[in-house]
Design a protein around this ligand. Structure first.
Ligand code: C5P
Length: 292
């Protein structure tokens, strides 16, 4: 019999800018990225069963197929990690997926066990689980530096409307970074830097200027590994998107549009073009992992 359960809603993100520096000796790249949390959510429910039965994990949302249920799952790792800190926490078991769900698990566990972690403690656990996990705790719009995990809030006005072209087959993040290095092998790579143009556009709440300022150093690598992405980017531009970008290491392509109506038109155009698997619409910025 469950004695307590907590559900945490956690958003997806898009990268409005992803500037990738050279590979460091630890295998990671120095990044400057601008994240925006968008209104596509997973709900992660964590339930404490009878004493000794462990932690029961439930995940719901649009993208749950293919979620690992074994100990490779980031949520299982999150539970184990917190158990290390608070030694009386029951052993984990369940199903979840990806960085967002790991962020949700941290928040849920903190609440379930009344750990009352500080933001810094949650952030520290999150960054050990993955470079994007800390941002999903806080949400909104933020600049990520270091591996992408050192966050500062970005000043942003207004609401931005997105159309997302999703792919049923993923791309491996390490493979995309490797391809990026390969494509740039002959060049001197400068340290990553923030786009002042993007920062000003966000501050002004100027969606058109945000659209033309979107940039991603991983985009050509993602398009080389998945040539169909170039077609998807073209369709969006043709149908009046303010900007189009591969989000993170892909393969999701994010189109910024002027308003909901433009989003609907573009979603219909993308669907009928036959070049995308499925289409979603969202707005941002939204909150990070939040207890329901
Ligand atoms: O931190 P996370 O586990 O999400 O990173 C996945 C992979 O992405 C890493 O193993 C690395 O290959 C690549 N990566 C990188 N530089 C970063 C972040 C991620 O090379 N700053």
């Amino acid at each position: 019999m469950p004695i307590k359960s907590v559900t945490v809603r956690v958003p997806a993100k898009v990268n409005l800018q992803l500037s990738v520096g050279p590979r460091e000796s630890d295998g990671y790249h120095q990044l400057v990225t601008v994240f925006q949390a968008i209104s596509i959510f997973d709900d992660v429910t964590i339930r404490i069963g009878e004493q000794g039965s462990g932690v029961n994990l439930t995940v719901s949302g649009d993208q749950i197929h293919g979620v690992p249920t074994d100990s490779s799952n980031l949520v299982v790792k999150a539970v184990e990690l917190i158990a290390d800190i608070k030694k009386s926490i029951p052993v984990a078991g369940g199903m979840a997926g990806g960085s967002a769900d790991a962020a949700a698990a941290i928040v849920a566990i903190d609440e379930l066990y009344s750990i009352e972690m500080t933001r810094e403690e949650m952030h520290s656990i999150a960054s050990q689980l993955g470079s994007d996990v800390p941002f999903l705790l806080s949400g909104g719009t933020a600049i990520g530096q270091g591996r992408g995990d050192q966050l500062t809030a970005a000043l942003s006005r207004g609401t931005y409307h997105w159309v997302l072209a999703l792919s049923s087959v993923g791309l491996s993040t390490p493979a995309v970074y490797d391809e990026c290095d390969r494509l740039r092998a002959e060049r001197d790579i400068s340290p990553p830097r923030i786009s002042d143009q993007l920062m000003q556009a966000l501050l002004a709440g100027d969606a058109k200027a945000v659209g033309t300022s979107l940039s991603n150093d991983l985009q050509s690598a993602a398009c080389t590994l998945r040539p169909a992405l170039s077609l998807v980017l073209d369709v969006g531009q043709e149908y009046g998107a303010l900007g189009a970008i591969v989000s993170g290491s892909g393969p999701t392509v994010a189109f910024l549009v002027a308003d909901e109506e433009a989003g609907l038109d573009l979603a219909v155009a993308l669907t009928s073009s036959g070049v995308v698997g499925s289409v979603a619409r969202a707005f941002g910025p939204v909150h990070g992992a939040k207890i329901l």
